[in-house]
Design a protein around this ligand. Structure first.
Ligand code: Q9C
Ligand code: ZN
Length: 342
């Protein structure tokens, strides 16, 4: 399987993540990529390939233009306003507040376009997010060109980014753009299968009213886990999208048995839906020792999960999302890829 990867991810490494009332070194850090790259080499995967430039045309079809412009200019505006640190949202518009006017002041714009303040924007964040998207797009092009599957080793991740908000370490929704590109390329129906521990609220948001893209996700119960305010089982889609959104919610301590049952449930739905292409939001934070999640998958379970996903038999782009047990992220991620290719 070919892997697409850009070194530009290094341009995004905030000094701090707000966690438990303190600033810690972000869980979502550059070293994550090193462990995956080294495992890919160890297992004899072909050398990773650098993507070309990101093409924002497909992104503009599903993302808000003002949001894209904000991401591109936020750092400069923040600095021009005399802010000394990294771009961090101190608040967000909430219940019974106005969402119909975008603030003029950069501090207000940041609050408008952010949904989780653990995530900071730095000088290089936009370029890193663009190059991450470029890797996803290169993987999509490879699959559209006839490869059975390709791996987009994306950083920063994307599945928490909605059409107009960043957060949860995500800025541009790579998986959603790939799904849209499959549609543009002629696939009548596309499925996104999200196995990251956290609910892919961004992807759900983008396709919620659409019947041509199925979103199916297995994740920690939002009553107990980020993103808290989305991901419940009764969110099934709206309008044309009714029935094209499947949330499989599992509680603290869930092991591979029930997790694999949920996976099979998602797979059956993907088959019934008649998807012609598959996008996998590949997070490995369901791992038992992940520092910010509560499932109990073990490393060999990822191999089995990969096998089940491979047996769906669809042209597939696997897009990297989360995974914060850094020492094991390489083995767990590559296990999914190897299981898939079995
Ligand atoms: N104190 C992804 O896996 N909350 N994002 C962190 C830690 C945000 C995870 C709380 C988690 C975001 C792509
Ligand atoms: Zn996650």
């Amino acid at each position: 399987m070919r892997t697409f990867f850009s070194e530009d991810h290094r341009l995004h490494f905030p000094k701090g993540e707000l966690s438990g009332g303190r600033f810690i070194t972000p869980h979502e850090r550059p070293a994550r990529m090193e462990f995956i790259l080294s495992r890919l080499r160890e297992r004899g995967f072909p050398p990773v390939e650098a993507p070309g430039e990101a093409d924002l045309t497909p992104a503009r079809r599903i993302l808000d233009e003002g949001f894209l412009h904000f991401l591109e200019t936020a750092w400069d505006e923040w600095k021009a306003a005399g802010m000394e640190g990294e771009v961090i949202a101190a608040g967000m518009p909430t219940r019974r507040q106005r969402h119909d006017r975008i603030p003029r002041h950069i501090d207000g714009k940041v609050e408008y376009y952010c949904h989780a303040s653990e995530t900071a924007i730095t000088r290089g964040t936009w370029q890193a997010a663009l190059s991450s998207l470029a890797s996803a797009q290169a993987a999509q092009a490879a699959v559209a060109g006839g490869e059975r599957a390709a791996f987009a080793l994306c950083r920063p991740p994307g599945h928490h980014a909605t059409r107009d908000q960043y957060g949860g370490y995500c800025f541009l929704n790579n998986a959603a753009v790939v799904a849209e590109m499959f549609r543009m390329g002629g696939a009548a129906r596309v499925a996104v299968l999200d196995i990251d521990f956290h609910h892919g609220n961004g992807t759900q948001d983008i396709f919620y009213r659409r019947g041509d893209v199925l979103f199916a996700s297995i994740h920690g119960d939002p009553l107990d886990a980020y993103p808290y305010f989305a991901g419940f089982a009764d969110e099934t889609g709206e309008g044309e999208g009714e029935g094209a959104n499947l949330n499989c919610v599992l509680g603290p301590g869930t092991g591979y048995g029930p997790w694999a049952e949920a996976l099979d449930h998602c797979i059956a739905r993907i088959r019934d839906f008649g998807a012609e292409a598959l996008v996998v939001s590949l997070g490995v934070d369901a791992y038992k020792n992940d520092p910010i999640s509560f499932f109990r998958l073990d490393s060999p379970d990822f191999l089995d999960a990969g096998r089940r996903i491979g047996r769906i038999g669809l042209p597939t782009v696997l897009v990297m999302e989360g995974g914060y047990a850094i020492e094991q992220i390489g083995v767990n991620t590559v296990n999914v890829l190897e299981g898939f290719a079995d």
